[in-house]
Design a protein around this ligand. Structure first.
Ligand code: ZN
Length: 208
């Protein structure tokens, strides 16, 4: 990726992430639907499961992607692997690191949050390409009900889909997912409500 000298809008940053993912797909021959384990192998990264502190799903230690051994939901495991792969790709590319280092050098927390957002978006792009989400939105529009539908069809996590719907929507909006409190086993059904809020109207909708 070329050096990013000027301030970029959120949409321009979204595009940078999409280009980074598309470039990695091409360079490492990662087909649509490639599993995280397969992607790690093709990128020369090791993958292992190990107990991690509460609240940490995964981490990247040198060339090793570590995913919390306690995660059982496969869609969430896949999302975590691709999130860590994004850390590797962003480090390797360097342009986004430089961009945020230059702009957020005095705010370590904001810097980390910005890189995390990039990794979340990139992971979602790997699992559910924006192209497919935009085609679905063009056909059916953005409705609360769309949250969950694509995730079911593609077998990806609701978080991945929510990120892609928010980025692919024709108007700026937030997609909100709520997790129901439960002591039971981890399952996708814990994310029971999907909603969206447009910045313009603050209209709110809920999917059952
Ligand atoms: Zn991260």
């Amino acid at each position: 990726m070329d050096a990013l000298d000027a301030w970029l809008t959120p949409r321009m940053l979204d595009e940078k992430i999409r280009v980074l993912v598309a470039d990695a797909r091409r360079r490492h021959d990662l087909p649509d639907g490639c599993t995280g384990a397969n992607a790690c192998a093709r990128l020369g990264l090791r993958l292992r499961r190990a107990p991690l502190p509460a609240g940490i799903d995964g981490l990247l230690a040198d060339d090793c992607v570590v995913v919390d051994a306690a995660l059982t939901l496969q869609a969430r495991v896949e999302f975590s692997i691709y999130h860590e792969i994004m850390h590797h790709l962003i480090e390797e590319d360097g342009a986004l690191i430089e961009y945020y280092t230059a702009r957020l050098r005095r705010d370590e927390r904001a810097y980390r949050a910005a890189i995390e957002r990039c990794c979340q978006q990139g992971a979602a792009e790997f699992l559910l390409p924006q192209e497919r989400v935009r085609a679905a939105i063009a056909a059916d529009g953005v409705t609360p009900q769309v949250v969950g539908l694509l995730a079911d069809q593609a077998g990806v996590s609701l978080a991945a889909e929510a990120i892609q719907v928010a980025h692919g929507a024709p108007v700026e909006c937030y997609v909100v997912l709520c997790r129901a409190a439960s002591d039971g086993p981890e399952r996708q059904g814990h994310l029971v409500l999907g909603g969206w809020v447009t910045r313009a109207s603050a209209a709110l909708g809920w999917a059952a």
